[in-house]
Design a protein around this ligand. Structure first.
Ligand code: NI
Length: 140
């Protein structure tokens, strides 16, 4: 019996808007139940963090970030964080998605653990919708 065949039951409290969005996505993607959708979401979350843990050594890559332009003080905070990490940031590109949403692509190069710290800092700001880090190893 594989480890995924032992089922545990959990109860969750979620903001309604978060659950509505989730339901909309799982309906669109054709999941047969919420449980199936949540199992899949947890698997992706685990994979993402395991993958993040492997980001070490000298790396080059991009950070893709989407955030709420109208969130009070967020723009200044994001710029302050980027200045703090200027030794690993090579350039950034800002695109206005809508009046209220911005997409930013940050080109990074440096130690993997430092890049992850930068990503975690950006991610933890209120109004930041998503942050993704994609890197390659630097070798001759
Ligand atoms: Ni913008």
């Amino acid at each position: 019996m594989d480890e995924e065949s032992h089922l545990s039951r959990i109860g969750l409290s979620l903001p309604k808007s978060l659950l509505d969005k989730f339901d909309e996505i799982i309906n669109y993607r054709g999941y047969s139940s919420r449980s199936e959708g949540i199992r899949d979401a947890i698997r992706s979350y685990n994979t993402h963090y395991m993958w993040m843990a492997e980001v070490k050594g000298e790396r080059q890559g991009v950070i893709t970030m989407v955030y709420d332009h109208d969130q009070r003080g967020l723009l200044t905070t994001l710029i302050d964080i980027q200045h703090e990490f200027m030794s690993v940031i090579q350039a950034s590109l800002h695109s206005h998605v809508t009046h209220g949403r911005c997409l930013e692509v940050i080109l990074v190069k440096g130690d993997g653990s430092q890049l992850k710290t930068l990503v975690e800092r950006l991610m933890s700001q209120k109004g930041v919708e998503s942050v993704k880090l994609t890197t390659i190893m630097i070798r001759e």
